[in-house]
Design a protein around this ligand. Structure first.
Ligand SMILES: [Zn+2]
Length: 132
């Protein structure tokens, strides 16, 4: 049985490796779809309560909401820290691909839920899909 859960978060970022347009500071409504595969179900036919998944996954997703996500080696980091601007530094350029792998890995490692696939969209027309 595969359970799909949808989440979203709003965040600013820039990706200097992504060309001129993506290199400018801008924001997205990131849409996240997580797929969990459960092998067994209980007598009531339930594999896992949706709310139990939410309790574990939402804190991870919401931890990025309304933040500026920035590569830790971006030269702006030093200036933003000097100005006491709140940022989330990440160990990679904030491409959609890198963010999808990062979220997938965090959910897998920190929740121990059986996540098998993640979809991450930053626009209505573009998303990436990452599977383990
Ligand atoms: Zn972007």
């Amino acid at each position: 049985m595969i359970i799909e859960k949808k989440y979203h978060f709003y965040a600013a970022h820039r990706n200097k490796a992504g060309g001129e347009k993506c290199g400018r500071i801008h924001g997205h409504t990131y849409k996240v779809k997580c797929y969990f595969e459960f092998k067994t179900k209980n007598e009531g036919g339930i594999t896992c309560l949706f709310s139990d998944i939410d309790k574990l996954v939402e804190p991870i997703i919401k931890g990025y909401c309304h933040w500026f996500l920035i590569y830790e080696k971006d030269p702006l980091v030093e200036l933003l820290e000097l100005a006491n601007e709140p940022i989330i530094k990440l160990p990679f350029e904030t491409s959609l691909e890198n963010l999808a792998i990062w979220l997938f890995t965090r959910i897998k490692n920190e929740t121990k839920l059986p996540i098998i696939k993640i979809e991450l969209a930053e626009t209505k027309s573009s998303k990436v899909i990452y599977e383990s």
